[in-house]
Design a protein around this ligand. Structure first.
Ligand code: ZN
Length: 241
């Protein structure tokens, strides 16, 4: 099986379409979505419809849960709150119910999927570095766990009780190790690189790769501004921050 790992789409249709096009070329058999389909971008409904139609396996992100009120808006920045209020007016009640019911964690025979961390997933902790990773590694009963939330691609490896960061975008899975992988964000990258980011997990080859793809940033920016969403949400897309 070749999985496409998508996360933090945030209503950015331009970025999602380009990534899904890449996934088709790569012969991805199944999509795993680590949360935050909506929020920030101008096309929440379209993005949600697409990932549901493609039967992606989806866990809840903080934005997805905030739409229904399951997560309190006080968790968010002012721009984040404004985006949540706006998004509520652009999606159907049925969509809100769907997002409200998204689970925090999912597991299949090949991996685990969670937006924040496996410890306390409902608090959406940012797994930003090695110091935050031990609790999640301890709870992993599968060698591979995909996370999202930080919008920064990252690969952490645990081997013999030591955790270290893997530099580089390609990785071979070894039986003596465990892996936490953040594939980065499709719709709002924050690692200084504006290209949309996603992951490819090939269970046959036992490889994981983080890939970047160019999309029409200016079009996504224009739509955010025309929608009346906060301007910084458009500006940051060009910086990837
Ligand atoms: Zn996010």
């Amino acid at each position: 099986m070749r999985y496409g790992i998508i996360s933090d789409i945030h209503g950015n249709l331009e970025a999602l379409e380009v990534v899904l096009n890449e996934c088709r070329k790569l012969k991805i058999g199944s999509l795993l979505c680590a949360g935050d389909i909506v929020g920030y971008g101008a096309n929440p409904k379209e993005c949600l419809d697409i990932v549901r139609k493609l039967k992606a396996v989806i866990v809840a992100g903080n934005h997805d849960w905030a739409i229904s009120g399951r997560l309190d808006a006080s968790y968010f920045t002012e721009d984040g709150k404004a985006a949540i209020m706006w998004t509520r007016t652009r999606i159907a009640l049925e969509d809100i119910a769907y997002m409200n019911d998204l689970p925090l964690c999912l597991k299949n025979k090949d991996c685990i999927l969670v937006h924040g961390t496996l410890n306390d997933p409902s608090h959406f902790i940012y797994l930003t570095d090695i110091s935050k990773a031990a609790a999640t590694f301890a709870l992993m009963d599968s060698p591979v766990c995909f996370v999202g939330h930080t919008h920064v691609p990252m690969v952490l490896i645990e081997r013999g009780g030591n955790i270290y960061k893997h530099e580089g975008t390609e990785l071979e899975i070894r039986p003596e190790c465990k892996y936490i992988i953040n594939p980065g964000s499709i719709g709002q990258p924050r690692d200084g690189n504006p290209l949309a980011s996603f992951g490819v997990y090939d269970t046959q080859m036992q490889t994981i790769e983080i890939r970047r793809v160019l999309y029409d940033v200016q079009k996504a920016q224009r739509k955010i501004i025309e929608a009346g969403l906060p301007k910084p949400l458009a500006l940051r897309l060009a910086q990837g921050e």
